[in-house]
Design a protein around this ligand. Structure first.
Ligand code: FAD
Length: 324
């Protein structure tokens, strides 16, 4: 028996969410008194994979083939399922990211497993029945799900579980499995990155702005604040609908769901559809000139004031604090 963790990389660099998944898998393995094994696919160096040892992973299966350099949903799912069978995995852990969302159900179907997508905490066990909490109804509720299938697949929300150091030495083992033509039915031919800035779903800090900013010409202060904080930028739906910002920045029920440690909302009213995508943020700071804005009800800190006065002062104070 083991716990198998699928480890994502971007162009050979392991993602922050991958270390979180590794730690999450290690924690579950500890509860089951077994080991956590990782599987990574793609062109990742041994030294990069060995970083998983810092999080208690002693064995890393590595698949490195030219036709698997880019994410191929069916083929990756087949490989993870084959690895789970080889390692007799009772639990398969993934990150609930863009690729994790595609992979988890496929892996569960191949393994005839129970699936919880979007877990928020370490599960509890009653024998081999597992209980795990997950976000539900666009983050408006938390569900507790019981799984008693012999094999379980769990995907953990990014930022829901912090990576914990548990140093050991990771051994890298080459892994392969038989793949069919059908596994390559859908191919990613090219990846064009919209931006080289911090990826929104992974960001620890998000600076987001809404219609209160009046127009796209006023976004420089949002970008300045994001830069000084090392944050990703986001926006409300009407802002991206109006073309003030790219659609990739739209957060909410119909956009990206984020759960950063800090979410700063500037000139956003806090409509329920917006909150659906941001309410699992650990700390929410709201800047709005209307003291009755609904966003203040869910804010940890609120500043009632004009964004055009507050934000430049905030940037100046942060720059002074950082000595830049
Ligand atoms: P507004 O509601 O216009 O609010 C602007 C805010 O800025 C106000 O609170 C105002 O007090 C404040 N303000 C104005 N001037 C200043 C100033 N100078 N300084 C400080 N504050 C100022 N929305 C999303 O964001 N994401 C979604 O995914 C989403 N999905 C939706 C799905 C459906 C089916 C529907 C019907 C709607 C959806 N919406 C979504 C839209 C949502 O209902 C709201 O209309 C939208 O979130 C409002 O955007 P906003 O807060 O930027 O603008």
């Amino acid at each position: 028996m083991s716990v198998l963790v699928y480890i994502e990389n971007t162009e050979g660099i392991l993602k922050k969410s991958a270390f979180e998944a590794a730690s999450y898998g290690k924690e579950i393995a500890g509860l089951l008194n077994t080991e956590a094994i990782a599987i990574a696919i793609g062109d990742v160096s041994a030294s990069e994979l060995q970083k998983l040892g810092n999080y208690g992973i002693a064995k890393v299966l590595h698949v490195n083939k030219d036709n698997l350099k880019n994410f191929v949903n069916q083929a990756y799912a087949a490989l993870v399922a084959a690895a789970a069978k080889q390692e007799n995995a009772e639990i398969v852990v993934l990150s609930n990211t863009f690729s994790g969302k595609g992979l988890a159900p496929r892996i569960a179907a191949k393994l005839n497993a129970g699936l919880v997508a979007g877990a928020t905490a370490v599960p509890s066990f009653d024998g081999h029945t597992l209980k795990v909490t997950k976000t539900a109804f666009s983050n408006k509720a938390i569900a507790t799900v019981s799984l008693d299938a012999p094999v379980k697949v769990l995907s953990i929300n990014p930022n829901a579980f912090s990576a914990k150091e548990a140093p050991t030495t990771a051994t890298i083992v080459d892994f392969t499995a038989d793949l069919t033509e059908a596994d390559f039915g859908t191919l990613v031919k090219d990846i064009v990155r919209a931006t080289d800035k911090i990826a929104l779903p992974e960001a620890e800090i998000v600076v987001s702005a809404g219609r209160g900013l009046k127009g796209p010409e006023n976004w420089a202060m949002v970008e300045d604040l994001a830069e000084v904080l090392g944050a990703a930028t986001a926006c409300s739906k009407p802002v991206s609908d109006a073309g003030w910002r790219p659609h990739a920045e739209h957060v909410g029920q119909t956009g990206i769901v984020v759960s950063p440690n800090l979410y700063i909302a500037i000139g956003i009213s806090g409509a329920i559809q917006h909150l659906a995508g941001v309410s699992s943020s650990k700390t929410i700071v709201v800047i709005n000139k209307d003291p009755e804005a609904p966003f203040f009800k869910v804010a940890d800190y609120g500043i009632v004031g004009d964004a055009f006065e507050v934000v430049p002062k905030l940037i100046e104070a942060l720059k002074n604090h950082k000595g830049i």
